[in-house]
Design a protein around this ligand. Structure first.
Ligand SMILES: Cc1cc2nc3c(=O)[nH]c(=O)nc-3n(C[C@H](O)[C@H](O)[C@H](O)COP(=O)(O)OP(=O)(O)OC[C@H]3O[C@@H](n4cnc5c(N)ncnc54)[C@H](O)[C@@H]3O)c2cc1C
Length: 537
């Protein structure tokens, strides 16, 4: 390849999306990925022959159809199998399957509470209404709130204009959802704890907080991103699903796009330093000592890596360094991937033959109190004895990832102490994984004996192998103090940094984590804007 005119540090899906947009606009970007596999947290690996495992992220829902279309992903084989219903089941042998079909779902819910079955549609419509407002913000570059420069004031006005549709009631509802706990919000609507626990799940996924903590209601809304499409409706909007070939297929697709549009992707290319000269980025040095020059560098890695490890402190304002040091990436998530020889035979919904509840999200979450207890355990320094887990068996719909007759049970479990990212805690993490499996085994007694292979990925592994600092799946908590104009630091939420020519495009920028491609797309737009103005910020 000719000399790159842009270097992207990190081959996560956002780095790849950013590079693909830049390449499509005439740049010759070079993506440098530390690992030997592309994709960061959106990766497929083969820990056992014949099994393609989505090591970390496991379901697709958040990537807007517009990005899929703009980067022509379907022509490179991108395919999503819409996943089945949420499935809550309990130790007393009862269960509820949240079928897509209205009447079947109503009947399931009404077994626990007729009132809850009656209000469910109104709740979903209310949430969708709020999500509609948030959706418009996702594509925006956050304004520098508080700045008095004329361009920044204009940005603030544009932001206010975007919110014009909210009205008094909408502002109140948005304030509520941004600040309330998921438990309190659900109490306002529902009466059955079993219905409430099912609906609270999205509020705690990846979050260092139980459902009773203020701010968790917003995380519910974050999971609505997948319905984003701001120019025209396309198929399968908002549906959650399994990407054929595992989540790494998103990343390999985007890597192919980068190459097709004229860029390059290099694996096993860890960057050890971002070169800065006179306050401007001028290139990078690899761990091998190789130096690559370009006047545009884009950081896809977590901000702790970019700003506290790859750049000398004295190149950055002290206040900014402090903000990055204080950026909260606590978590407490463990990923468990199992190869199983038969489908779980749930006491509430018997049978090892493939049924709808096997194809959706299989929850280990008995009640709101159970979840809160799980978090409190970890806050007090113990791997929880009541683990929460979101499980999926993607191989029920995607035949390409497991040998015939076998399945992959992907378990996303919480909580272990957030401090466990710093040390392996191997025995305790394995014991925690045992408790997760025991929890499912209580619901489906054939599970344990069906396990053929087992992989346990701890917060330590996430940080040290995958660059997911703190093991936080979103590259930083999605709390109000770290959203929008504060993400990752006040004054630098517009994808620019204190160093000219250095931009950021990872999940630590607006609108945050998930396999969305949005930070990558938004960053590319800002870079192109600066280039058009003939300045690289
Ligand atoms: C366990 C887990 C489960 C999740 N589940 C889901 C899910 O089901 N659905 C969903 O939508 N989202 C999920 N997420 C979140 C989602 O996967 C992430 O938010 C997203 O993939 C992050 O993408 P990114 O490109 O911003 O960063 P990353 O994917 O973290 O990419 C950053 C890249 O930078 C590389 N890097 C780091 N340092 C260097 C260096 N010095 N030199 C070169 N390269 C470097 C890393 O190796 C990595 O590839 C999950 C995340 C985790 C961890």
């Amino acid at each position: 390849m000719t000399e790159p005119d842009a270097i992207v540090v990190g081959g996560g899906h956002n780095g790849l999306a950013c590079a693909a947009y830049l390449a499509k606009s005439g740049f010759k970007p070079l993506v440098l990925e530390k690992r030997g596999v592309i994709g960061g947290a959106a990766v497929t690996e083969e820990p056992w022959p014949g099994f393609k495992v989505s090591s970390l992220s496991y379901v697709q829902s958040l990537m807007p159809p517009r990005i899929i279309r703009e980067l022509e992903m379907p022509k490179r084989g991108y395919k999503v199998y819409p996943m089945g219903p949420y499935f809550m089941n309990f130790p007393d042998g009862s269960g509820v399957v949240m079928y897509e079909d209205h009447d079947r779902r109503y009947a399931e819910m009404a077994r626990f509470s007729k009132h809850d079955a009656d209000v469910y549609d109104d709740f979903v419509a209310w949430k969708d209404g709020l999500a509609e407002v948030v959706r418009h913000l996702l594509w925006m570059t956050p304004p520098k709130l508080g700045s008095r420069s004329l361009p920044d004031l204009l940005d603030q006005l544009r932001f206010a204009w975007k919110l014009r549709g909210l009205g008094g009631r909408g502002v109140a509802d948005l304030t509520r959802i941004m600040t309330m706990s998921a438990a309190d919000l659900l109490d306002d609507w529902f009466e059955s704890d079993r219905i409430k626990v099912g609906l609270s799940i999205d509020s705690i996924i990846g979050t260092w907080a139980g459902p009773c903590e203020p701010g968790t209601a917003y995380v519910l809304l974050h999971h609505e991103i997948g319905t984003v499409d701001d120019d025209e409706a396309t198929g399968a909007i908002g549906s959650w699903g399994y990407v054929e070939g595992g989540m790494g297929a998103v990343s390999t697709n985007l890597a192919a796009a980068v190459q097709e549009y004229g860029g390059e992707v290099r694996l096993n290319a860890p960057v050890s330093r971002i070169l800065v000269d006179g306050g401007r980025a001028v290139g990078v040095v690899l761990e091998s000592g190789e130096e690559i020059r370009a006047d545009l560098v884009i950081a896809n890695a977590h901000p702790e890596i970019t700003f506290l490890r790859l750049i000398e402190r004295d190149e950055l304002p002290a206040e900014f360094v402090r903000d990055i040091q204080n950026y909260d990436s606590r978590s407490g998530t463990v990923k468990i991937n199992l190869a199983i020889s038969e489908l779980p035979n749930f006491r509430s919904n018997p049978g090892t033959n493939l049924q709808a509840h096997h194809t959706g999200a299989i929850e280990l979450a008995h009640s709101i109190d159970y979840l809160q207890h799980g978090f409190e355990d970890a806050r007090q320094g113990r791997g929880s004895d009541k683990p929460y887990c979101d499980g999926v068996i993607a191989s029920t719909l995607d035949p390409t990832i497991a040998p015939e007759g076998m399945h992959i049970f992907s378990m996303f479990a919480q909580w272990v102490p957030h401090e466990w990212h710093a040390q392996p805690h191997r025995e305790e993490v394995e014991a925690f994984a045992d408790r997760v499996i025991d929890g499912y085994n209580e619901l489906a007694p054939n599970l344990r004996s069906s396990i053929v292979h087992r992989q346990v990925i701890s917060p330590y592994d996430m940080e040290h192998e995958y660059g997911v600092i703190g093991g936080n799946i979103f590259h930083g908590q999605l709390t109000l103090n770290q959203l929008f104009h504060m993400r990752p630091a006040a004054g630098y939420a517009n994808y620019r940094t204190p160093i000219k020519g250095l931009y950021q495009c990872g999940s630590s920028t607006h609108p945050g984590g998930g396999v969305t491609g949005l930070p990558g797309r938004n960053a590319a737009r800002e870079i192109l804007k600066d280039r058009r103005k003939r300045k690289i910020a």
